[in-house]
Design a protein. Structure first.
Length: 488
């Protein structure tokens, strides 16, 4: 195929050139109805390109196949057999993938470090999760993706599981041995779903971790807005092999997706694919060189430990790591990542990716350059000079892995939709959670519907909130009370 084409962008340019007059949604009619104050902030071009996908970008029957051609170009560019665009983010894409593999009351092996969107998929579908434990680095209080051996053991105990789902890279950039996990699945004729939301860039440079399709995954979900040039909510899910039929995956996406997809999102996805095919290797040569430089300079700031392969990879740890995720341990200062991240935003207008109980992280992409790197380094240097005023003396009580891991005693769906009550957190020990309790970012639930709560996990969340942790999906975001299944 001609990878220099961009079918969605070309169709949008043709729409403008033809001077078409819409009597359809969107109601702002090319921005003519939008408030001037809104246009002053968003720009006229946003509204001008916000058109219908059908009876706008394409004709009423989509006979020009604009989006289909763009998807086929995407699949070819990354070496997949099929690609599907989503304008509802990977939160929708991963649910579509899950529903293509398992149905209500069927089992799916799932790494317990899954994003909350996976848990939402379990709630909506009624799928029974078989949790596969990640690898826990007790020294650094950090989870790495589960091993192939862990999935092997889970399949041995649950041979009726319909497939497996693993998250890699994690938000901390650590990666699993996907080829080995795929082999475990395929030996049983079961598909592997990879939530690779943080890995949309991986196909485009040989020095980045192996991407899921090259490792043999059946479905791979990517968030192009995270590490690529897509607009927010842009996602692509890829398919290969014969374990999942493309029409099944397409029908599940149609079940969950919007009937009003954003052409703006489609166009950015289309243009990003062309950009990566034509310039990706060069762009990531530069990005990787910049990341190497930035890592070195941060490492020279007293009290900052920049994690790399020596910390994250090896036996009992991750198989690989993405060097563009700059993970910085500041525990030597006695300052939480929450406090440091808030200070950097307030004082330097620097927005970091993750702030947890002991770390901060900065995500670099192909868009970064010396100017953004210098802004980051200046801010981090100043942060180091203000450590004494940032210490709060407010500890976060992180339990050991065995105490952090909760027992699943009810299906997530049954617990979420069952009869519930709100109880003080001090009285929730032993009760069954009926909501997700998710420190965000990175968005991995500490407790989810159907798990039996413990004092250790509740104290972790309460102490975390008091130290600056955000738990946005809880009914009570301060976690002074929690939603649980009603007893009796």
């Amino acid at each position: 195929m001609n990878q220099s084409k961009a079918p969605v962008l070309d169709a949008l340019a043709a729409y403008h050139a033809e001077g078409q007059t819409p009597f359809t949604p969107p109601g702002h009619k090319q921005g003519r109805g939008a408030d001037a104050r809104v246009r002053a902030v968003l720009g006229d071009a946003v509204f001008r390109s916000d058109v219908l996908a059908t009876s706008g970008l394409d004709d009423r029957t989509s006979s020009h196949g604009v989006v289909e051609e763009a998807q086929a170009l995407m699949a070819e560019a990354v070496g997949a057999e099929h690609a599907f665009f989503s304008t509802c983010g990977s939160s929708l894409s991963v649910k579509s993938a899950m529903l293509s593999v398992a149905g209500p009351h069927e089992k799916l092996l799932v790494g317990r470090d899954a994003h909350k969107s996976v848990v939402s998929g379990l709630i909506l579908s009624g799928i029974e999760p078989v949790w596969v434990d990640p690898q826990w680095d007790a020294e650094r209080h950090l989870a790495h993706p589960p091993t192939a051996e862990a999935f092997e053991a889970a399949f041995a105990e649950h041979p009726d599981a319909r497939g497996a789902l693993v998250t890699t890279p994690t938000p901390y950039g650590t990666c699993s041995d996907l080829a080995a996990i795929a082999e475990v699945c395929h030996r049983r004729g079961r598909p592997l779903i990879v939530d690779e939301a943080w890995g949309a860039h991986l196909p485009f440079h040989p020095d980045l971790p192996t991407w899921a399709m090259d490792a043999g995954a059946d479905i791979c979900v990517t968030s192009v807005h995270k590490m690529g040039s897509g607009l927010e909510q842009s996602s692509v899910f890829h398919l290969q092999g014969d374990l999942i039929k493309p029409e099944v995956l397409r029908s599940r996406e149609d079940l969950l997706g919007t009937t009003s997809p954003s052409v703006l999102v489609y166009a950015a996805l289309d243009g990003w694919r062309r950009q990566m095919v034509e310039q990706g290797k060069t762009l990531y040569d530069d990005a990787l060189a910049l990341a190497h430089q930035v890592r070195g300079e941060i490492s020279r700031i007293d009290g900052m430990r920049v994690h790399g392969r020596e910390d994250f990879c090896g036996p009992g740890k991750a198989a690989d790591t993405d060097p563009l995720q700059i993970i910085i341990d500041i525990s030597a200062w006695g300052v939480t990542g929450y406090r440091a991240a808030d200070w950097l935003r307030e004082k330097h207008r620097i927005n970091l990716h993750i702030g947890d109980h002991r770390r901060i992280s900065a995500q670099l992409t192909h868009a970064d350059d010396q100017s953004t790197a210098e802004a980051l380094l200046t801010a981090l240097t100043d942060l180091a000079d203000h450590v004494p005023q940032l210490r709060t003396g407010q500890p976060v009580h992180v339990p050991s892995p065995s105490r952090l891991r909760l027992e699943q005693v009810a299906l997530p769906r049954d617990a979420f939709f069952g009869p519930t009550e709100q109880v003080p957190w001090e009285k929730a020990d032993g009760r069954i959670a009926a909501e997700m309790l998710t420190p965000y970012p990175p968005g991995i639930p500490a407790a989810l519907p159907g798990e039996r709560l413990t004092t250790d996990v509740l104290r972790y969340l309460r102490s975390g909130v008091e130290a600056g942790m955000v738990v946005p999906d809880a009914v009570d975001t301060d976690v002074t009370s929690v939603r649980v299944l009603r007893e009796g």
